[in-house]
Unconditional design. Sequence first.
Length: 541
Amino acid sequence: PKASQPYRSAYHFQPLKNWMNDPNGPMYYKGVYHFFYQYNPYGPLWGNMSWGHAISYDLVNWVQLDVALIPNDPYDINGCFSGSATILPNGEPAILYTGVDANSHQVQNLAFPKNKSDPLLNEWVKSSVNPILSPPDGVDPSMYRDPSTGWMGPDGEWRIVIGGQLDHQSGSAILYKSKDFKTWSRSPSPLHFSNKTTMWECPDFYPVVVNGKNGLDTSVRGKNIRHVLKASFNNQDCYVLGNYDPKTDQYHVDVDFMDRKGSLMYDYGRFYASKSFYDGGKKRRIVWSWVNEGDTESDAINKGWSGLQTIPRSIWLSENGEQLVQWPVKELEKLRKQKVQFENKELKGRSMIEISGITASQADVEITFSLSNLKHAELLSSDQVIDPQILCKQKNASMNGKFGPFGLLVLASNDLAEHTAVFFRVFKTSKRYQVLMCADQSRSSLRPKVDKSIYGAFLALDPRHANISLKTLIDHSIVESFGGGGLACITARVYPKLAVEEQAHLYAFNNGTQSLSISSLSAWSMNKARIVSIRRRRKPI
Ligand code: DQQ
C-alpha cells in the first residue's frame, strides 16, 4: 500500500488493509458490540470471501480480532458469503451464513462460538451438520443467499428469510421455519416478493414501534408495532413498511417496492447490503452499511484497501409513520474536538461563508436554515412524477434558483475548483411545497476516472412549519449527510486531488436569489477513532 493515504477515513470503520464489503452478523453480546464483515484477507479486491471480525465497547473504537470464518470446507470452499447472527434462548449466539460450495451452489450454514462465555467470541466453529439448507427447486443455485436474523413466532418456532430469485424473475424473501434452529423447512409462500425487481440480496426483517425511537428485538410482538422489510437490489437498499401477522406469516405492505414513486430507500447515495441489529443495552435498533469505492481497481491496488462502513445509525419510524428516520449513534459525539458555532446569520442570495477554525477534511457539521417569504419559491409542475435524482442533475449546485441551491460546500479546494455540494432547493407545487436534497459530486475532484454522480431525494417536511437542517459527516473520502433530522440520507465517496487534509475548506453557501438565515451552525473537528488489530490465534489463516 501507498505511504500517503489521503482517502483513508479517520473515524469510519475499516480494516487495516484489504477488501471489505457487506456488514455481517452485527450483535450486542455480554456488553460487547460485535461486527463481522465480508473480507478478503489477501488483497484489496473482492475474493476469498471470509468473515472479518471486530469488537467495540462504544461503536466508535474497534479492536480487530482473528478472521471468524474462512472458506475451507466443502460447503463454503468458494466463499463464506453474507449472513446474520441470532441470539438463541439459551443465550448462545448463532451465525447463519451462505457458503458457496464446491459446485458453486449457494447453501446455508451454521456456526457457533467455541466458547460462549468469552465475551469476545474470538473463535467460531462451523456446525457438523452443514450445509443446513440447499437451493430448492425453482430457485437458481447461484441466487440463494444471505440468511436474515431469526425471529420466533407465537408457536415457538424460528423464522428466517433468505434472499433469492424465484422463477428467474422475482426478487424474493424466501421464508423458512425451524424448531431447533438447525432443521429448517420452507414455507409454502415467501414472506414477500416482487416481480418488478431482480434478486434480493441481504434481506432484513424487523419490527419498529409506532410513535417512538426505541428499537425492538426481532421477535417482539404486540400492538403499536409495524414491520420493515429491507432488500438490496439495483445498487440500492430499498424498504417497505407493513403489517405482519406472526400467526399466519402474512405480511401486508403499505406501498410496495418500485411503485409509481419508486422505492423508499435507507440512503439515496452510495449505500448497499446494510444490516440492522437490536442493541439491548441501549434499547435501539442500529443499521450498518457497506459504502463501496468510486475510484478504480488500480486505485484500490495502490491504496491497498477498498470499502468503508457507514457510521452505525439508529433507525426508527417517523412520526407520521410513513418512513424510517436515521441518525448516527450518539457515541460518535465523543470524537468531537474544536468547535465553531454561530447563530442567526444572514446568508444573502448568491453568497457564501467560510466555516474556518476546524479540520474541514475530518469534521461533523450541523447547520439549520430558516426561510421566509416562501411564496417566492420556484414552481414545480405537480402533474408529473419527478425523480429527485434527475431533478438534482438538471438543477445542480451551480444552477441558480430562488430558494436554493443552499447548503454546504465540503472538501473544497482553495480556489473552489474542487468541491462537493450538499444542498437543498424549495419548490412550490399547486398543492404544497417540496424540499429537494442533493449531493452533487460533479466538481468533487480534478481527477479523471473517479465517480462524480449527483444524488437526490425529497425531504418529507413542510418548509412553512419546519426549518431545514443538515448534518454532514466529512471523513476524507466519505461524506455522509442527514437532511431534516434524518428524514433523507445521502452518502457519497469523493476523491479530491487538491482538497485533502489541511488543504480542504468548508463553506455554507446560497446560490439562490432569495436571502435566508442560518439559524444555527455548529461544526467540530473530529478525532481519529482507535482501530487496532489483535491476532490471538497463532495458526496462519
Ligand atoms: N455480497 C455477498 C453476498 C451478497 C452480496 C458476497 C451483496 O452474500 O449477496 O460478498 O453485496
